[in-house]
Design a protein around this ligand. Sequence first.
Ligand code: MGD
Ligand code: MGD
Ligand code: MO
Length: 765
Amino acid sequence: MPDADHDARVHEYDNPAGGWGALKAVNKHLWHSGQATSNGFSLLKMNQPDGFDCPGCAWGDPKHGSSFEFCENGVKAITWEATTKRVSREFFEKHSVSELKTWDDYHLEDEGRLVEPMRYNPETDHYEPISWDAALDFIADELKALPTPDDAIFYTSGKASNESAYVFQLLARLYGTNNMPDCSNMCHEASGVALGSALGVGKGSTQLEDFEKADAIFIFGQNPGTNHPRMLGVLREAAERGADIVSFNPLKERGLEKFQDPQKAWEMMSNGSHRISNYYFRPKLGGDMAAVRGMAKALFEREAAGETVLDHDFLATHTAFLEDYRTRVTATDWATLEAQSGMSKADMEEAAAIYARSNATICCWAMGITQHKHSVITVREIVNLLMLCGNLGKPGAGTAPVRGHSNVQGDRTMGIFEKPSKALLDSLENKYGRPMPREWGVDSVGAVAAMRDNPGKIFVGLAGNFTRAISDSVVTERAMANCRLTAFISTKLNRSHLVHGDQALILPCLGRTEIDRNGAGKSQLITVEDSMSMVHGSAGISKPSADSLRSEIAILTGLAERLVGREVVDWAGLREDYDVIREHIADVIPGFHDFNNRVRQHRGFWLGNPIAELTFGTETGKAEFSDAELPEAVIHQQMGQRQGWVTLQTMRSHDQYNTTIYGYDDRYRGISNGRQVIFLNQDDISRLGFADGQMVNLVGESDDGVERRADGFKIVAYDTPQGCAAAYYPETNPLIPLSHHGDFSHTPASKSIAIRLEAGAVPAA
Ligand SMILES: Nc1nc2c(c(=O)[nH]1)N[C@H]1C(S)=C(S)[C@@H](COP(=O)(O)OP(=O)(O)OC[C@H]3O[C@@H](n4cnc5c(=O)[nH]c(N)nc54)[C@H](O)[C@@H]3O)O[C@H]1N2
Ligand SMILES: Nc1nc2c(c(=O)[nH]1)N[C@H]1C(S)=C(S)[C@@H](COP(=O)(O)OP(=O)(O)OC[C@H]3O[C@@H](n4cnc5c(=O)[nH]c(N)nc54)[C@H](O)[C@@H]3O)O[C@H]1N2
Ligand SMILES: [Mo]
């Protein structure tokens, strides 16, 4: 779907992140929603104890005090959901599915909220209304007709609440499968795998309070100015009290440079700002493992020269395999580290010196680390670094994998996982007295491969836009079309509804901002878990967009009644009172005792983390060093050997939430009115024989016979390291082969894609 209507413009943007630019954008989005006043009121209830959890990112809420935190992108998330526009049955009557397939992501979602269940009619190629009962009967009958439950796939996006996620995994497992891929498979999976193997728990170890105590905060591969804007306030406070903020990013992201706090009147009036990072390192794509290893090498060298920089007590008491690691690092020469990281030895030594002088260090990271082939061993390397100076289990220090979707971490805690632990399955069996499936299921990449290779499957999506979010769009779309049924529980129309199986259903649900009332009229509470393992409640405050909408839980329990019956679980009881779901959770999931009371305490409760007590659930009972070898060559080195090729990272613009596109601007990077741009280093543009502003087509690898391309991109000369290109996701997903994913994590390697450029059509004047 090349976007012919938009021609991106490029301009200088020197302003800080936040500030007046953010206020202006908020104003625009409030008006676009069609209900500026009530949405303005809603904002005051966002992330408040008696309000709803921001449906944006998973950054934590403070435990103390009031926290009206201004966040431009939080505003976009709520105004996008709380719009006055509706996708009615007349809309579907007017537009065939084939026609809608030619629309871009922005225009599909901008039509407004879905209002009633719809079923695809292959004869007319239109979606047509269907009653809730008929829709749920239909899915249940289709699922029952499958030869084996393992022919069904139940996908979850991280927007789903703890209660929805718990009910969804329960219905899937009672039905008989662990095929539960989720968006985490495309996101922080590598963090979970790496942290689990190094420390015994797959979650971060820091709390928000730790950011107030850290001497140094390292930020690898994350763009908080756009994706976690509330983090900027915390970073700014840290910078103000003199902590070192050290960024590692190939791009100079504005939010990591300077921030104007819209809540500080004086700063706004004087148009001032505060700097965020005082050190900014620019590795090449995929170069972080080498960069961190270089830091470790510098520390070992200083020790060998007689200095004491390591925390010897910590290392002796709490860690295992240090000597294997030291041997590996010492044997790695600086030239290799420089070539692979794209950083100089002096830079790595400087980063090590900042680290060594800090008494408490936090390492944050996000997609720039996890979406590579060698992501798991890169996360392990970051943990290695933290261990060297004892930065685990003490205030102001630890790991901070900054999560994406507002409840992606909670969904996993609730058991949404294709590789469930024995403990979880035993606990479910104990509670429900039924055998649980023991064989592991498919993850996101595995689901596409399964649907591609074996027609006749059923795909049920709880939130999200799977078809658009996963890699290899052409292959994925063919795989979805192979299904006998695709069904999505959604708030907005997206491409996953249009690339359908033989049969297809859209099941529209309430959003998080809306009041969810039970049969007796009582408003219900849901809960979420943020990146810092804080669990808190969320209750909508606005009137539902349509009376015909159902809550996710009403839809899921309705399906469960039909599919697995009422004998094992009183699904109606769960539906009528989510407190009852929480009682089930308290019985099955560790850490949730007395759930209903604790979640109603001011700002909820902390699930705890054994690492805070220096307890490690590993085989050795200690924090384990990884002595993994560096990859032989990372992707930018491989592309350097191939004439005409560069490495592409796919990232978010400031005007999008994953596949939800709010607009065509990327303010901080100076782009407006278009998304089809490719950021390239000027040397690469010249070397490849193109010109700044020229239109090109992007071509990916096709050695398996699949043609991979994305057409109609404008070249933008940009300050990015040589050989390292950047463009927005999801338009670039057709370029990523399904098999190009992280070792041990299966996360599509969305930040290291091999591409070449072809001259494209010249745009009409
Ligand atoms: N407004 C908004 N908020 C969001 C989202 C959204 O789309 N919009 N998405 C949510 C979700 S699900 C997630 S997972 C998070 C994503 O949050 P981020 O991880 O911040 O998302 P990306 O835009 O993918 O940004 C990746 C950053 O890593 C850098 N990078 C890329 N490759 C490398 C590398 O090899 N090394 C280093 N050091 N840096 C690299 C890029 O230049 C970019 O700054 O945000 C969440 N919050
Ligand atoms: N190339 C590339 N691909 C990537 C990434 C990348 O950086 N590069 N990032 C990956 C990452 S980190 C992630 S997390 C995935 C995201 O993958 P997903 O989570 O599957 O995608 P989203 O775009 O967040 O889903 C948007 C849709 O969710 C539905 N929705 C919104 N709110 C609600 C709600 O409250 N309830 C329900 N039931 N539905 C709702 C709406 O219909 C909307 O259209 O994409 C991944 N894909
Ligand atoms: Mo994500």
